[in-house]
Design a binder for this molecule. Structure first.
Ligand SMILES: [Zn+2]
Length: 215
């Protein structure tokens, strides 16, 4: 498999959106048309590949800031029927490229996130799996997410804290923002699965907001 050929095909697809499919996550889809259009232009113009964001030199991932939000784009390789992964991403006859445009930080209100946290929603930061290293032991459960797809949830077996989830998109993980050493880096840019959101979440101002807990 030729890495150079894969990179050429990825660049050609990303610059023209020909030779594959372009998807956006629900958080991106909800944005105004002009922001979506500009985001797609930024994808085609992206050139800041580094050893960090492109360790395999395949030009399959990038990120940029736009209207105060951080966007990611990522190219995955599927077979012609979009069922399994491609056996040879350097062969366009046997590969359908899928470019997904997504936002870095999202609240998820789905029932599965509510069950997993025992709370109202998950605040998750979407990152490429290559960019994250984990030390220590994690336990894993597989659950059916509200999307109908299987999600793998990883948590600390000692304290029970959820650490990250692996949604159905290969190569990406959702890191639970509350577990970050510096949680201020997380800025939610979209809320997803809002059909499941608790209605009381949005009546702010009707409850006392205390700087600490009850004494
Ligand atoms: Zn969820």
């Amino acid at each position: 498999m030729s890495k150079n050929r894969i990179r050429e095909l990825n660049d050609a697809f990303r610059r023209t959106f020909r030779g594959g499919r372009v998807m956006m996550t629900s958080g991106v889809y909800e944005l105004p048309e002009c922001v979506k259009a500009e985001a797609l232009v930024q994808v085609t113009r992206f050139s800041e590949f580094t050893a960090d964001n492109d360790p395999h030199d395949e030009h399959d991932f990038g990120s940029f800031d736009l209207v105060g939000r951080k966007f990611f784009w990522k190219i995955d390789y599927y077979d012609k029927d979009l069922v399994n992964g491609s056996e040879d991403p350097s062969d366009p006859e046997r590969t359908t490229r899928v470019l997904t445009l997504m936002l870095a930080g999202e609240y998820c209100h789905c029932r599965d996130c509510q069950r997993f946290t025992g709370s109202a929603f998950v605040s998750a930061m979407r990152l490429p799996v290559d960019a994250v290293s984990v030390q220590g032991e994690l336990k894993t459960v597989e659950v059916a997410g509200s999307s109908g797809q299987v999600i793998r949830r990883h948590f600390c077996p000692n304290c029970g804290s959820g650490i990250f989830g692996e949604p159905y998109r290969p190569g990406m993980i959702n890191v639970m923002a509350g577990t970050l050493d510096d949680p201020s880096v997380f800025v939610p840019t979209a809320e997803v699965f809002c059909d499941y959101a608790f209605s009381w979440l949005y009546d702010r101002g009707e409850r006392p907001h205390l700087p600490r807990g009850f004494g």
